[in-house]
Design a protein. Structure first.
Ligand code: ATP
Ligand code: MG
Lengths: 294, 328
């Protein structure tokens, strides 16, 4: 697939991503993440095969696609939790393929997991504190001398408590994380990711299992993240939510990006509907999309 | 049966050499298994490296005691790196296999006739403790009260042993309450989550392995100095598994759990031993001989451990809530 930079986006007039023309691999005015030729196979199965993908800085981008489309695998590759067979990608202009997961986090890219990974036998507050970056007390020798890290620990605790309150977990701070409900675990994992002070958060189905009464506030939090200048890339199956919150939608099917564009445009795209319903299971999805495009 | 002997033996076991040695070995394992989730089944190897390092350097090479101690500690760190480098990136069970194999390889090599010149073969090494006893500030004599009466040499060993144990517990306490310890617990709970929060999991696991191993090596020093000799078969897999028993008894991920566990373990072994022996001598037990008592008491320990796991799986000190969460 060729990557066609849209001629309608001159560099001197950086438009919001919503005014850009869609189509797989569409260029963005100021991408924070750029992926090229990324491929991952599991035996004979090509789980991810992305020719080109850009994620606009400071936007909320939804990644949608049917089950098994390769969304989680793509997350794993980009965040260093899995190894790509081919491909390169840059974060904030720097090539980061092959960089270990923990160093990517330190450079500002954090992710959550589809299957929540709360640290069960630690309290909610300890879960949060663990997320804080550059802790002096995490060095072996300094750990022995409390005065060296006590001040920072107090600051971290204050930050953690503020976030917990924001995520409606304030009352749970001293409970073991293992005693939280499924929805609360999702909230904790997201709050904990924010403790790393990221510039880009990648959320794998953050709303799955969260009480509907709470999803609205959670959506507001996600918007707040964007307003604070963070870039959000999230996987979600709930289309209402995707329409509601995202600036841009990327659609994957069978490992490939088959469409991208503003939510309203993408969701009325017949190729996307087909991918979800599986109507043209054997037809080349990208081909049908290109035919349909004006 | 002489009940005062029974009680005296139990009282000496409470504070005795074995209690110190197994408590130390378990303090190290606690850091591995209890706090980091590392399955080290070769704690005996770390103890052996300490005991043999010390004995070989002092007795065979004739070098001073501190050199022997330094050699043991250096050997311990080298062993951690050798075991950890290839396995700590893999699933937990690889470390378990590598450590148990390494421990047996070390023991069998130490006992082989090829290396007898250095290790003394099956009979081991002795005659390396004089420099240690030369440091003893206690004048010759008998010290103590009640059931606890010791000659100056034994008391010196116990004093040093308990001091080392106390310092190790203090260090572990300082470490596990720190952010460093929090990273270890994060790794124990979910390695990927810790990695996803920017922690260099591999480096932390390596540090935990090395520190817990060094504490195991200190156990080897105390054992060797207390026994006055090293023998390969004292560093077999039983040492590791008894240390795990001690850890489970006292309660995993509790700083003082191993100390309580070791004291209970050796007091119970002493009680069952003297009581059973007495009962056989008195003719109350006719179906076994005094030589079988040694085995029977370990069967009883196994049984007791089974009941402990069924009725109090968190150990004596453990937090029952943590076990409940484990089931999820
Ligand atoms: N470790 C693995 N080994 C083998 N196959 C895998 C592995 N991980 C993922 N796959 C396969 O790769 C494909 C993509 O899986 P992935 O989990 O990325 O899908 P997804 O888009 O996240 O789906 P869902 O919406 O159900 O979470 C699937 O067919 C899956 O079976
Ligand atoms: Mg998924």
């Amino acid at each position: 697939m060729t990557h066609d930079r849209s001629p309608s986006t001159p560099a001197d007039r950086p438009p919001g991503p919503e005014t850009l023309r869609g189509g797989p691999g569409a260029a963005k005015p100021d991408p924070i993440l750029v992926v090229d030729g990324l491929q991952r196979r599991f035996g004979g199965l090509v789980a991810v095969d992305v020719d080109h993908l850009e994620v606009q800085r400071g936007s909320i981008t939804a990644l949608i696609g049917p089950n098994g489309a390769g969304k989680t695998t793509l997350f794993n590759l980009l965040t260093g939790f899995d190894r790509a067979d081919h491909g390169t990608w840059t974060f904030d202009g720097r090539p980061v393929h092959g960089v270990p997961a923990h160093r990517l986090v330190r450079s500002g890219m954090v992710r959550t997991f589809q299957l929540t990974k709360v640290l069960s036998r630690m309290t909610v507050l300890e879960n949060m504190r663990l997320g804080a970056p550059e802790q002096r007390g995490e060095g072996l020798l300094r750990a022995l001398v409390r005065p060296l890290w006590a001040r920072q620990e107090a600051e971290i605790t204050a930050r953690a408590e503020a976030l917990l309150t924001r995520f409606a977990l304030g009352r749970m701070r001293d409970e073991y994380a293992g005693s939280l409900s499924g929805g609360q675990r999702k909230l904790l994992e997201m709050a904990r990711a924010l403790m790393t002070s990221p510039r880009m958060v990648m959320l794998d189905e953050p709303m799955a299992g969260v009480n509907p009464a709470l999803t609205q506030t959670l959506l507001d939090h996600v918007r707040t993240l964007r307003d604070e200048g963070m870039t959000v890339l999230f996987v979600e199956h709930d289309m209402d939510m995707v329409r509601d919150i995202s600036d841009w939608v990327v659609v994957m099917a069978q490992g490939r990006v088959i469409a991208e564009g503003p939510p309203a445009v993408v969701m009325s795209d017949p190729a996307v509907v087909d991918a979800y319903l599986g109507a043209h299971h054997d037809a080349p999805l990208t081909g049908s999309l290109q035919e349909d495009r004006p | 049966m002489d009940w005062s002997t029974v009680l005296t033996n139990a009282a000496t076991s409470l504070v005795g050499l074995q209690t110190i040695v197994y408590a130390l070995a378990a303090v190290g394992l606690n850091l591995h298994f209890g706090y980091t989730g590392l399955l080290n089944f070769g704690q005996a190897a770390f103890a052996a490296v300490g005991a043999y390092g010390l004995a070989i350097v002092v007795a065979s090479a004739g070098l001073p005691l501190p050199v022997g101690l330094a050699a043991g500690l250096a050997g311990s760190v080298v062993l951690s790196v050798l075991l950890g480098l290839p396995t700590l990136r893999l699933r937990a069970d690889y470390l378990a296999i590598a450590t148990i194999a390494a421990a047996e390889i070390l023991r069998i090599s130490a006992r082989s006739s090829t290396l007898r010149e250095f290790t003394g073969g099956a009979s081991g090494i002795n005659g390396f403790t004089e420099p240690f006893h030369d440091l003893n500030p206690l004048p010759p004599g008998t010290y103590g009260f009640g059931p606890w009466r010791y000659h100056e040499r034994d008391l010196w060993v116990l004093l040093v042993g308990w001091t080392v144990l106390a310092v190790c517990c203090l260090v572990v306490w300082l470490l596990v309450r720190s952010p460093w310890g929090r990273v270890l617990r994060g790794i124990r709970e979910d390695e990927d989550a810790a990695r996803g929060l920017g922690k260099n999991v591999y480096a932390y696991k390596m540090q935990a392995l090395a520190i817990g191993g060094v504490i195991g090596t200190l156990a080897g020093f105390v054992y060797a100095l207390g026994q006055g000799s090293v023998q390969p078969d004292l560093y077999g897999t039983e040492l590791t598994f008894f240390a795990y028993t001690v850890l489970l008894l006292g309660g995993v991920a509790r700083v003082l759990g191993p100390v309580v566990g070791a004291a209970i373990f050796w007091v119970v072994l002493s009680l069952t031993d003297t009581v059973l022996r007495g009962a056989v001598d008195e003719g109350w037990l006719t179906f076994m001989s005094t030589t079988q008592v040694g085995q029977v008491r370990f069967m009883l320990v196994g049984l007791a451990l089974m009941f402990l796991m069924i009725f109090r799986p968190q150990g004596i000190f453990g937090d029952p809530r943590q076990i409940a969460l484990d089931a999820r």
